[in-house]
Design a protein around this ligand. Structure first.
Ligand code: SAM
Length: 217
């Protein structure tokens, strides 16, 4: 499966720095890839979330590059890593340990390939961590995971529980409906960024993205 996916991944993505973190090169499905405009029936992948660098993930990674103290020397878990950018910048900024997690096996393979291109080492995991104590981690990264109301609900309840154990929860989000006003009122806004032209075109309607820290309950 690894060999087959790797060759499809290389065929259908291209290296890109056209995002908020040009320090990283990431293989993504870009307008220069035939898959970008191909009918869905021609795609060899189902829901290739890992082929895109989501606005929320871009905010998370940009913040870490500008504020390395958030991760340096700490144990970092990137939940829903997708293309892996959050985990990759954490490793680059000298986190003590980094685990890139996604329940989609292809996402963790894409993350490993992207990590290799950026010369960083990280570990990967495909278990579902939602609801777990995350006892082996200090910092939890959540990049663009509030896209669904119901999922956002269980995510938010779990993340709040984790703050009791002094975990740092960083949430990157461009304004998805799952990150409601009442949820945002429980968070501290750390930074807001204008999205680059390419990301705006890819994410109709979104022009900015933010990084939040969940307050301790
Ligand atoms: C919108 S994408 C965001 C990807 C990346 N964080 C970014 O911002 O570019 C959401 C990702 O979460 C993953 N995902 C969904 N449910 C998950 C779960 N329970 N645990 C881990 N990953 C999950 C999906 O497979 C997908 O890769």
């Amino acid at each position: 499966m690894l060999k087959e996916f790797t060759s499809l991944f290389l065929k259908h993505t291209s290296p890109s720095r056209k995002h908020l973190t040009p320090e990283l090169v990431l293989r993504l499905v870009t307008p220069s890839c035939p898959l970008w405009s191909a009918p869905i029936t021609d795609s060899p992948f189902t829901d290739p979330f890992w082929g895109f660098y989501w606005p929320g993930g871009q905010a998370t990674a940009r913040y870490i590059l500008d504020n390395p103290g958030a991760v340096t020397g700490r144990r970092v878990l990137d939940i829903g890593c997708g293309c892996g950018a959050g985990a990759i910048v954490a490793a680059r900024m000298k986190a003590k340990q980094v685990v890139a997690n996604d329940i989609d096996t292809y996402a963790v393979i894409a993350t490993e390939l992207n990590a290799e291109m950026n010369n960083v080492h990280l570990d990967t995991d495909t278990n579902n961590f939602i609801g777990s104590s995350c006892k082996d981690f200090d910092v939890i990264l959540i990049g663009d995971m509030f896209y669904d109301e119901e999922f956002g609900n269980s995510l938010f309840i779990w993340l709040n529980r984790l703050t009791k154990d002094n975990k740092t929860i960083l949430i990157g989000d461009p304004g998805r409906h799952g990150l409601t006003e009442s949820r945002r009122s429980r968070m501290t806004l750390l930074a807001k960024y204008d999205l680059p032209k390419e990301t705006r075109e890819e994410n109709h309607g979104y022009t900015e993205t933010s990084i939040w820290k969940l307050n301790k309950i």
